[in-house]
Design a protein around this ligand. Structure first.
Ligand SMILES: Cc1cc2nc3c(=O)[nH]c(=O)nc-3n(C[C@H](O)[C@H](O)[C@H](O)COP(=O)(O)OP(=O)(O)OC[C@H]3O[C@@H](n4cnc5c(N)ncnc54)[C@H](O)[C@@H]3O)c2cc1C
Length: 375
């Protein structure tokens, strides 16, 4: 059972806050971009915090990736800039299958450079016809001339176009497998994805008969889902961390406004319905944070065993963030609607979090099944 943050975790929060403060002047500009913002990349690189995403043996800070540490940093980063949060998160989400399923050579080749942000990582699962249902993946790998031949296309891939490698889900005779594809391999091309309501570095990746060496496989043929689940077990809860940061940031904006803006001769805060919106939102943030930290702390000791709790935290925190930010816009009246203001950015950025890394409805299926299995 988790009871609170210790000195090391509080120091990490301070470290992340210093990075967030250093990008305050470029956050709005970066969050409007669907390409990598060089200033954000440099701030993250200089911070050394990407080292949290790989084990100490490959340049990381801890013996293994610490889900609570990742969560705490994402909470601070998302509040400051979704671009910063996403760049940080992708270094882990895109590389973790190498950490758990790669050979020593693959780890040595890529992980130290992931830790130092010399390279950017990407995880390519989604396709036109395969979203929540990854069993539908149609990208194929066949063995040819002693190597592997990769053919197919991936859609809505974060970091596409900027990434240095794609950990890619494919289908083959043995079942679903993962392969590690260098971005500069002949036959790899990237086109932009549609612009989202909250811009994100996203692309459509095509693999046109990409020849790979046999050692490009991650793990055993047909055993991809084990590696994908390991990745989700460590990183799904970090989306909850980011959602808590977003919700808390929105609430701060609304609370400041409610304290100073007067209507009918008194501050908005003194109008009962407005006070209720704020109080309900604070409750939501605190409940989401408790569940998130608890799930992340449980994932530290056994991430796979804590996956259901991580799913609960992800659903609770992302749904809470949407409720909170919607109420905050309401409290701020017309000032809540100004394009590219902090509150309007939070409003747009909250929405995709309920869809990616497991849509709420899909995660609830697993949560309900676990509940019924346990009673
Ligand atoms: C900002 C962003 C970044 C992304 N980055 C990546 C990335 O880096 N790599 C990657 O591989 N993908 C990425 N994706 C894609 C993302 O993983 C998918 O959008 C997600 O898996 C959902 O798939 P889908 O959009 O095809 O929705 P669908 O699977 O078509 O589902 C649509 C809706 O139907 C409902 N639904 C679906 N199945 C069920 C079910 N069994 N039970 C109940 N309800 C259900 C849910 O409400 C769901 O929201 C990204 C998406 C976004 C928006």
């Amino acid at each position: 059972m988790w009871f609170g943050l210790g000195p090391a975790e509080r120091a990490l929060q301070e470290e992340a806050r210093a990075v967030a403060a250093s990008v305050a002047d470029i956050a709005a500009e970066a969050d409007a971009m669907s390409e990598i913002h060089p200033g954000i990349r440099e701030a993250l690189r200089a911070s050394g915090l990407s080292a949290l995403m790989v084990p100490a043996a490959y340049g990381g800070r801890a013996e293994s990736v610490d889900p609570l540490a990742v969560c705490l940093v994402r909470e601070v980063f998302m509040r400051a800039s979704s671009h910063l949060d996403s760049m940080f998160a992708l270094q882990g989400i895109g590389s973790y299958a190498i950490t758990v399923g790669g050979t020593d050579e693959q780890r040595a080749q890529w992980l130290p450079r992931v830790a130092s942000l010399e390279v950017l990582a990407a995880l390519a699962l989604t396709e036109e016809q395969a979203g929540s249902d990854l069993k539908n993946v149609a990208t194929t790998v066949v063995e040819k001339d002693g190597g592997l031949l990769l053919r197919g296309a991936k859609s809505f891939i974060s970091n596409a176009g900027a990434a240095d490698f794609y950990v890619t889900l494919v289908t083959e005779d043995a079942g679903l497998s993962l392969v590690l594809v260098p971005a500069d391999a002949p036959g790899v091309s990237v086109a932009p994805s549609p612009e989202l309501i909250a811009p994100h570095v996203l692309g459509e990746v095509t693999f046109d008969d990409v020849a790979l060496p046999p050692e490009a496989r991650l793990g055993a043929p047909g055993k991809a889902m084990r590696l994908v689940l390991s990745t989700l077990a460590v990183f799904r809860v970090s989306v909850a961390g980011a959602a808590c940061g977003l919700a808390a940031g929105a609430l701060t904006e609304a609370a400041r406004h409610a304290r100073t803006r007067e209507q009918f001769g008194r501050p908005l805060l003194k109008h009962g319905p407005v006070a209720q919106l704020l109080a309900d939102s604070w409750n939501d943030v605190e409940m989401a944070r408790l569940l998130t930290y608890q799930a992340a702390a449980a994932a530290r000791s056994d991430a796979a065993a804590a996956l259901n709790r991580s799913s609960m935290a992800k659903v609770a925190a992302t749904e809470a963030a949407s409720r909170v930010v919607d109420r905050c816009v309401q409290v701020m009246g017309r000032w809540g609607l100004i394009a590219n203001s902090p509150i309007e950015r939070y409003y747009r950025q909250a929405r995709p979090m309920r869809v990616y890394e497991g849509a709420s409805e899909v995660l609830k299926l697993g949560i309900a099944k676990t509940l019924c299995d346990e009673v």
